[in-house]
Design a protein around this ligand. Structure first.
Ligand SMILES: [Zn+2]
Length: 86
């Protein structure tokens, strides 16, 4: 088996087992994200494929970024405040 990279913008997963025509390979993480995005909602298959195409064009945000954003604000300082500590 060769490398099957995810076709999602900015996604570097290479272990994709799902091929969606006409979107291409999608990895487990992106599938889950897409699933959560539309959890509990129903669309026709065509509509879902259109949404999926847009989703694949939208850049993937890695958990790393999410962690950075959700980090406790108390631990965050501006560069200005950093200088005050020295
Ligand atoms: Zn992916």
């Amino acid at each position: 088996m060769g490398v099957m990279s995810c076709f999602r913008n900015n996604c570097d997963s290479i272990m994709c087992d799902t091929w969606v025509e006409p979107v291409g390979y999608i990895c487990y993480e992106c599938k889950t994200e897409f699933e959560n995005k539309y959890a509990g909602r129903k669309f026709s298959r065509e509509k879902f494929l259109k949404k999926l195409q847009k989703f694949m064009d939208s850049p993937k945000v890695y958990d790393f970024d999410v962690d950075t954003l959700s980090e406790c604000d108390d631990n965050k300082i501006t560069a200005e405040e950093l200088w005050k500590r020295y």
